[in-house]
Design a protein around this ligand. Sequence first.
Ligand code: EPZ
Length: 427
Amino acid sequence: MEKFVIHGGKPLRGEVTVSGAKNAAVAIVAATILCDEQCILENVPEISDIAICVKILKEMGAAVSFTGKNTLKVDTRQIKNPVVPYELARSMRASSYFIGTLLGRFHDASVPTPGGCDLGDRPIDQHIKAFNALGAKNENANGVIRVYADHLVGAQIYFDFNTVGGTINAIFAAVKADGLTIIENAAKEPHIVDLANFLNSMGADIRGAGTDVIKIRGTKFLKGITYAIIPDQIEAGTYMVAAAATHGDVLVRNVIPKHLESITAKLRMIGATVDEFDESVRVYVEKPLVKTNVKTLPHPGFPTDMQPQLSALLSICEGTSFVTDDIFDNRFRYAGELRRMGADISIEGKVAVIQGVKELTGAPVKATDLRAGAALIIAGLCASGITEIEDIYHIERGYEQIDEKLRKLGADIRRVYYNNAEIALSV
Ligand code: EPZ
């Protein structure tokens, strides 16, 4: 087992380069199943969710390999067995993307119910609604979801609410349906635009990605291409918040500032200074940081994937902040861990009430999910004393070399191996 050990209180200073976007990369790697030739994907983050996607493709018979740092060569023409292995599928939410892509290509997909961060109930009823609209049937037995169709025909799909995964899966199946599909109330996240750009570069006909209405005309042949994945706006935001929390001065490179607008606006409201350049942002602090209120919203609103990180920062900002996140059932499981470090945070339904304290103190804590883990790292970086974060496998799912990147910014963070049995024995 591994944990991060952080000696806090050191301002982050210097430059950090953001990797490719996790939530774009998992969708685009799955989308190679729809391609009729070989693809080369660049700026692919080397994180565990991608490693699982690669394993799933290989298990089904595809030829997949990293040909250089962050460059993945994928040829899915040899896939014969459209069945995703159980244990791999249940370790991440993105395994649901193999339903849409296998359905689009083989008209038959059997995928174990997806797993991923425990943020409360995460059904895929909207995904199924989209598949049914295109003419597919579905059954759910033994923990496996099977979706199949004699024929996929373009249709009108109206989502009951914004769903990133539902929108992506609807695109996958519609790209291979006959005729026109119109998706209404579509999610607008940057990774949906990136996926549409990838598919259109292969020859698909997708219009309106990034808006509420996406129109897709089915395409028979999708050619192989070389494609570079967009930078990860959540990774970028995480380093921006860490720079503010440690009262540091950090240049975050390889970003698309437009994707960071809501994060930049919030940091400025708190009192941090954010200078924007063409492909980077600089975050530094010149005055005391103060409370703010935030409600997470689908893009372009403040992203739910940045909520835990911002809450960690607000725990040391003067005044009382209210953080509302009703996108998931429960995305506040980190609150108890922050309280171990001296944060004054209480959860009332979908709202975290955070009373800023002067200083957090280091403590042994556990990452409860990917972004909660990032929040605990931020808390550890600005706390006095030593913080030990266990269950860092959650963090490794979505942050490429986070400890190395932080050390380059002057953080005292070490990866320590430990054996649970020893701890049990030492009790
Ligand atoms: C994607 O999850 C991201 N994951 C999440 O990022 C992100 O938090 C989320 O979008 C919102 O932006 C990936 O891209 C792999 P949703 P997804 O469908 O697709 C409910 C991270 O930290 N819902 O927009 O699962 C759902 O339970 C991860 O990188 C249904 O009820 O999000 C949730 O409450 C965490 N039925 C809400 O809608 C459905 O059929 C939004 O879910 C689908 C969703």
